[in-house]
Design a protein around this ligand. Structure first.
Ligand code: SF4
Length: 354
């Protein structure tokens, strides 16, 4: 593995068992939350992960941080295969990889003082005495723009944006190499979102951090990321640097997501044609055959029902722009005029073999 690569995710699969209906009492089915994801994260970059709710991006984040055991596949972090490590062996590596959660209200214990919450990582890893910890906690509070004198306050005494700063401070306490930001601004007012995003960008520059930034807001992801992965039903369907992904999206699903991004300029809104996808995201228990986007895809053809497309460069793209599609979207192609050549009744959803 190249030295530049901090994290390598190799064919990671995560299935959750569920009890099936009454007819087959006792039989088990599986939610295919993450289904064969491969990606690499370079040191110092921000990799954005986008997709609709339930596409598997948060589950993938938890697999990477080993908050979930993997069903199969490998996660190699900073040269160490952490896929099957037991808790005690994982502990030193956990210092290097932290998560900032979406909900700054729910992720902070309201009965504990902020200094003690931010100091948790020092206590968990047995680092320093009380005086030392207090000094380090106050340092990190200052770093994230909190008043160190508010060390003894409770979370309820802080605003939403300040509470997310507490979450950032807790993640930063041990100076990790990788921070997974799981929808870190989704629960915040738009005016506060920009402050937290700017804070994360400043910290990245100052401390050389690497981020995985998960969000469903494509405008936010464009602003913060170097590269972006688009997820659909447990798979990455497109992966590319920001500029080509937003300017020349190849996968019909990426095109549809981008066509729905709100635009500030009314003239541009009029010019743009929104791609309306048919139907809802299929059940992750019974995933569609072939390309799992085929029941909703405006370009679907019979091949799409039969053969699963692999992530690869399309239409002369470079090796860093990958899309999993048999009929990728060409520049200037108008997907609102595309007509699938398979009827709705031919679109196949079948139980996935486990
Ligand atoms: Fe659509 Fe076929 Fe491409 Fe899947 S492989 S995204 S169904 S055109």
């Amino acid at each position: 593995m190249s030295d530049d690569i901090l994290l390598s995710v190799q064919n990671v699969v995560k299935y959750f068992p569920v009890q099936s209906g009454k007819l087959f009492r006792g039989a088990r089915e599986f939610v295919h939350a993450v289904d064969g994801v491969n990606l690499e994260v370079h040191r110092g970059e921000t990799l954005g992960l986008v997709g609709e709710t339930g596409c598997g991006k948060s589950t993938l984040a938890r697999c990477i941080a080993r908050l979930y055991d993997l069903t199969s596949g490998r996660v190699v972090f900073d040269g160490h295969d952490i896929s099957t490590l037991k808790t005690s062996a994982l502990r030193p590596l956990r210092r290097e990889m932290q998560i900032i959660f979406q909900d700054p209200y729910g992720s902070l214990n309201p009965r504990r003082r902020v200094g003690s919450i931010i100091g948790d990582p020092f206590a968990i890893h047995g680092l320093g005495d009380d005086k030392d910890r207090k000094r380090k906690v106050q340092e990190v509070m200052e770093l994230v723009g909190l008043n160190p004198e508010h060390f003894n306050r409770f979370p309820a005494e802080f605003s939403g944006g300040q509470r997310q700063r507490i979450g950032v401070a807790r993640a930063l306490a041990l100076r990790p190499k990788l921070i997974i930001c799981d929808e870190p601004v989704s629960a915040l007012d738009v005016s506060i979102q920009a402050q937290i995003i700017n804070l994360l960008a400043d910290l990245q520059q100052q401390l050389g951090l690497t981020y995985i930034f998960i969000a469903h807001d494509l405008s936010v992801v464009r602003h913060v990321s170097n590269r972006v992965g688009v997820m659909y039903l447990g798979k990455i369907v497109e992966l590319a640097p920001v500029e080509p992904l937003y300017e020349r999206p190849r996968h019909p699903y990426t095109n549809a997501l981008l066509s729905a991004v709100p635009m500030p300029d009314p003239d541009l809104v009029e010019q743009r044609r929104q791609i309306i996808l048919v139907g809802d995201v299929p059940s992750p228990i019974n995933v569609p055959s072939g390309c799992r986007f085929h029941p909703r895809c405006p370009k679907a053809q019979p091949t799409c029902v039969e053969t699963e497309p692999q992530l690869s460069p399309q239409l002369g793209d470079g090796s860093d722009h990958l899309a999993a599609c048999h009929f990728p979207v060409a520049e200037g192609e108008d997907l609102t005029k595309a007509k699938p050549t398979i009827a709705a009744s031919e679109r196949v959803v079948e139980p996935h073999p486990v």
